[in-house]
Design a protein around this ligand. Sequence first.
Ligand SMILES: NC(=O)c1ccc[n+]([C@@H]2O[C@H](COP(=O)([O-])OP(=O)(O)OC[C@H]3O[C@@H](n4cnc5c(N)ncnc54)[C@H](O)[C@@H]3O)[C@@H](O)[C@H]2O)c1
Length: 383
Amino acid sequence: MKNVGLIGCGNIAETYFRAQDYFNNIKFVACADKFQEVSKKCADQYNIKSLTVDEILKDTNVDVILNLTIPQAHFEISKLALEYGKHVYSEKPMSIKYDEAHELLNLAKEKNLYIGNAPDTFLGGGGQVARKFVDDGDIGKVMTGNFIFAFPGVQEFHPNPESWFQSGGGPVIDMGPYFFTTLVNLLGPVKNVRSRGKKFADQREYLVGPKKGKSFNVDISTSVMLDIEFANEAIIQGFISFDVQNHARNHMELYGTKGSLVVPDPNMFGGPVLLSRELGSEWQEFSVEDKYLGKTNIINHSGRSNEAPKQSNYRGVGLSEMIYSIENNIQHRCNGNLALHVLDIIESTIIASETKKEVSLRSTCDQPKPLLEEQIKLLIKND
Ligand SMILES: NC(=O)c1ccc[n+]([C@@H]2O[C@H](COP(=O)([O-])OP(=O)(O)OC[C@H]3O[C@@H](n4cnc5c(N)ncnc54)[C@H](O)[C@@H]3O)[C@@H](O)[C@H]2O)c1
């Protein structure tokens, strides 16, 4: 069990507080935010201390800082936490710049501290069952595949959508982490990336909230088409977009020498996984409802084309597994090397679209080890 101090009490904080009920080694003791009234409200709701950012960093009772600030603040907060001798687990991405994330990784190594990062969704039932099919050779050697994340953009439901459309935002930084991490989990590290990005309009309209009807500037590409070559020679095509009203494609498909696999939503933990072993055969559906981290636990339809009405959401398992790893002196799965490599894929995709050239990655990482049911059982709270 480790004492966790949370910085950034926004939308996603609630999901992480829920993790305290699922996993047996996370104990929230304090929270902080740039805005003290936001921190106070959160502290009252969850019966913990509200501190300033400075106070939480200096609090000797806090072992791990959970960084849930916005992507543009991840570097600053994670760096401070490491400098104050705290382990860090951050929401995605590790930073908005590769060089900064590299600095964080070096700092953590130098100080002998753990640095962990979302997404942890690949540890869910869907991600792990898909991984087993790939590892067991059920579809043979994976040669090609594709993925899609496409919806109209957060202005549909968010009153302050600007940061998604400015430098440091955009579809690749926002949603790329889920798809790239899932692919590295299934296929291992990446060699190079090609891509094409497009901004279809210079302005968008606010659709909800007090600014409804007014417009805001769009500074980034809102649709990006890319292809990724992996170290194992597989090539995967991707499409990440804030310009699509609706679609009916699978989130991710992999094509191997012996069959094909439909991988469930990399943004979530559930299934099912679909497998077809040969031409003309029926698709077999594999439910993950019997898995610790696959069972549906949310019933909530957001209206987004890429989210099913029912979901399995166990965000926080990456933090729990990092705490277990600290206590047992082993490498954790959602580690800084993986997060840095994923950020490298993100940044390389953006550079490739701007330069119109193939970009070779600067980094590599180990493919994460599978997370077995008996290992998850050690993290699960029984009461
Ligand atoms: N909202 C989601 O559905 C969701 C899902 C998965 C991941 N995430 C990720 O979680 C992170 C947070 O997202 P969110 O939706 O909760 O954002 P949010 O804007 O709702 O909350 C962020 C909070 O961080 C605070 N903050 C910002 N800069 C700070 C700083 N320098 N010091 C202290 N506090 C600071 C803000 O005041 C705010 O309260 C992002 O990295 C996002 O990519 C969000």
